[in-house]
Design a protein around this ligand. Sequence first.
Ligand SMILES: Nc1nc2c(ncn2[C@@H]2O[C@H](COP(=O)(O)OP(=O)(O)OP(=O)(O)O)[C@@H](O)[C@H]2O)c(=O)[nH]1
Length: 599
Amino acid sequence: MSDLSHIRNFSIIAHIDHGKSTLADRFIQMCGGLSEREMEAQVLDSMDLERERGITIKAHSVTLYYKARDGKTYQLNFIDTPGHVDFTYEVSRSLAACEGALLVVDAGQGVEAQSVANCYTAIEQGLEVMPVLNKMDLPQADPDKVKGEIEHIIGIDATDAVACSAKSGMGVDEVLERLVEVIPAPTGDIDAPLQALIIDSWFDNYLGVVSLVRVRHGRIKKGDKVLVKSTGKVHQVDSVGVFTPKHTATEDLKAGEVGFIIAGIKDIHGAPVGDTLTLSSTPDVDVLPGFQRVKPQVYAGLFPVSSDDFEDFREALQKLTLNDAALQYEPESSEALGFGFRIGFLGMLHMEIIQERLEREYDLDLITTAPTVVFEVVMKNGETIYVDNPSKLPDLSSVEDMREPIVRANILVPQEHLGNVITLCIEKRGVQRDMQFLSSQVQVSYDLPMNEVVLDFFDRLKSVSRGYASLDYSFDRFESANLVKLDVLINGEKVDALALIVHRDKAHYKGRALTEKMKELIPRQMFDVAIQAAIGGQIVARTTVKALRKNVLAKCYGGDVSRKKKLLEKQKAGKKRMKQVGSVEIPQEAFLAVLKVDS
Ligand SMILES: Nc1nc2c(ncn2[C@@H]2O[C@H](COP(=O)(O)OP(=O)(O)OP(=O)(O)O)[C@@H](O)[C@H]2O)c(=O)[nH]1
């Protein structure tokens, strides 16, 4: 057996904004991974979008060398995890590479649902969880209260929780000391045949596919012939190394270590996440337990505003999937919007990010249709189909049963906001499953239709609880529901891209609210525009956008050229995201009007 006692592999579990990135930056600073100049704010959140939104999406790793008080130098491999509920699946992957996890809790804010869920995952995977109280510099920090919450809600001992401030640096050395003390060293045999788990793979424009791996046994070095177990393909290793966080080549990667491998693999499907690597000389090595495949939860159609952009759009999607295995798409054609793609997303945040990347990085103008979940439809002929597009719903006369996805949602909320949260859950057709009062917070679970949750539930929950409630949810089952298709007609023409699947009890209300909202969003045109909502053949709501009477420019005083120009520019910018449907110009917002009709 080899000596791995100097290695610590760990992740940080934290709710969004509790300070994970700030703490990681401190670690990097203290362990000298980067010079002061290179120490750009929040190095781990490297993607522009991530930085702007201040959230961590992709799991990365950093290898640091920490000289502890016992005089020994430890190799710390920190695997980053995303904090947002849409990306929960990436968490369990990152944890699979670790022996321990730091549970970072904002000492002013207390425990939040997302960290509870991730903590349970860590405990299930057999990790040592070490609580850390962060933001101790804040006046509202209440360590005793938060320790109590960690013990009550999560059920781990928090008496020895280390208190620190990632921002000021206070107590951070104590966090590192405790880390090497309580998190176990990995086990593994350097002399055994190579067995390595792919934690993540991404496409780099210069390097090709880069895979982050955790080596269980054996060693791997440049020039080795590596075998990808699931594909059976052999590739020659071009380089191995670690992120310090700079991309740094090393001589080899050994049992217990975490680092990257580059082996001339063309696309990420050639190095699937959760797969096992070995050497071509030892093809019989056992496959390590992998990860559950992620399934998209939300689907939407995306269409280029100009049909000339279709091929560019296809190429952009191909490139994005190189880095995002969760992204799935297939061509879709709509009578109203022409050719585009139906894309599956993990959640609304994922959708927004992809949309933004397509527009920013690939300079595409796209129209997105209202997102929908997948419905299970049992046909009278016994066949079961899955519908991810309302306009593809079969005629109800041939349908035996319609089923909608139900999620189990766990919500943590301070008592004073509980009433509002319950009201919201009832409004969203929720069924209460459990409620527990814990010191200052209440933990409630609800079964909720996923359709109600993915669209705006999270935002509503935040607003009814003044930001204090937190949420974690996961798919539970399909359940029969009285669902109907709500069609929208513009000047008497059904617009397929505006169709929705809704609960029958809410269909009339939704139809009215939707047509009202669309009336506000569709600009006045040279003629009246009638907006109708219909269920089956029956019209349930109608509004009209009155024809435009005078030229907008007439409003400006004759001489004010700059103002005129501004107005024209504004109109032009607004135009970019409009789509001509029949004779009517419909703006992007009108396609997403359903997201704005509740409350
Ligand atoms: N006062 C104070 N603020 C802190 C401390 N640690 C982090 N912050 C601030 O809290 C905010 C969130 O910190 P991040 O490190 O970005 O949080 P995160 O958990 O990484 O968030 P995600 O990347 O979105 O998961 C930032 O504005 C930090 O400056 C601390 O110890 N004290």
